[in-house]
Design a protein around this ligand. Structure first.
Ligand SMILES: Cc1cc2nc3c(=O)[nH]c(=O)nc-3n(C[C@H](O)[C@H](O)[C@H](O)COP(=O)(O)O)c2cc1C
Length: 300
């Protein structure tokens, strides 16, 4: 089997504690009879983006489709993961959106592990953040696939028994679970597609958030409004018909998921109606109806 390690250290390989632990993990995979490639992200000329960018990182993102498991490796900086690993979470966003729109999770049946090098403060937070992202990207996180190496200095790391045992656990469990997934192929019956879009939202109906409900709760559909500014499509309006038409073009080109586009248009239609702007509201409604037709065709 094949494994890919993204090394997010900010230091060159020869000086990096994180890279030293990555090398140990590579050796452990090799000893078990598997291939393992380490990608040192600081050596790549890449863009921070949520789009599908054709740069030096892209071939490695594409490689994730061919391997059986992926490891994100990072030093701890002020309690959190490095900018390179953050860039990975962002760069995988277009695949995440694609999976939702196409109801197919390409990373199902692949395992995910974390490797953190630090002085001993902040490991669990990093594992948690990365596990959460990996799970939403469709990976399986096997037990004990989180390396936390406290050893500092390349020579110390090489002889650190704690690091050695964790590396062994990680490589063994990743390969064991990757094989189970490969042989069992649970992806055949697993539910693909959306993770944060509920059925009503896919139909474009709004279920307002009630007092006390969490922002990201699945019991309401207010995921893409001003309450969640990260996902907001900026620059939409309803003051006249021309603005509504221009806004629909913006929604179309936003690169957001099908459901997200509907939700944005529904919010604008409601606002236009509340403001008595029947013309702009009707323009949004036409777009919503055309999108709902597409939803129906997709669900057939
Ligand atoms: C500015 C700075 C901040 C750090 N913050 C943390 C931290 O919050 N928690 C921790 O355990 N280690 C922290 N460390 C230690 C590094 O994570 C540790 O030395 C790590 O092994 C470095 O890996 P690298 O050689 O690949 O850069 C910090 C180090 C520096 C220089």
């Amino acid at each position: 089997m094949k494994f890919l390690v993204f090394n997010g250290s900010l230091k060159p390989d020869g000086e990096s504690n994180t890279f030293s632990v990555c090398k140990m993990l590579q050796l452990a995979f090799n000893k078990l009879g598997h291939d393992c490639e380490i990608v040192t992200m600081r050596e790549l000329d890449y863009e921070g983006s949520t789009d599908d960018v054709n740069d030096e990182l892209k071939p490695y993102i594409m490689k994730m489709f061919d391997v059986d498991g992926v490891v994100f490796a990072t030093p701890i900086w002020w309690g959190t993961h490095s900018c390179h690993i953050q860039a990975m979470l962002e760069r995988l966003d277009f695949i995440y959106s694609w999976a939702k729109d196409n109801k197919y999770q390409p990373f199902y049946n692949k395992v995910f592990g974390t490797l953190v090098s630090g002085g001993g403060d902040g490991f669990q937070h990093i594992h948690g953040v990365l596990y959460s992202a990996a799970s939403n990207f469709g990976f399986t996180v096997p037990p004990q696939c989180n390396i936390e190496s406290k050893a500092q200095g390349i020579e110390e790391i090489k002889k650190d028994e704690d690091t050695f045992n964790q590396v062994k656990n990680c490589a063994t469990n990743m390969t064991v679970w990757a094989k189970i997934l490969k042989d069992g192929n649970p992806t055949v019956t697993a539910r693909h597609g959306s993770v944060d879009v509920n059925e009503a939202l896919a139909e474009g109906k709004r279920i307002p958030r009630k007092k006390g409900q969490k922002r990201k709760s699945k019991k309401h559909s207010d995921l893409y409004t001003d309450e969640d500014p990260k996902g907001t499509i900026h620059g939409l309006g309803f003051k006249d018909e021309a603005t509504a038409r221009a806004s629909i073009t913006k929604i179309r080109k936003s690169g957001r998921s099908h459901a997200h586009k509907i939700q944005a248009a529904v919010a604008m239609e409601q606002r236009a109606r509340a403001a008595g702007k029947t013309g702009p509201a009707a323009i949004y409604r036409r777009y919503i109806n055309s999108m709902k037709k597409k939803t129906k065709a997709k669900n057939k």
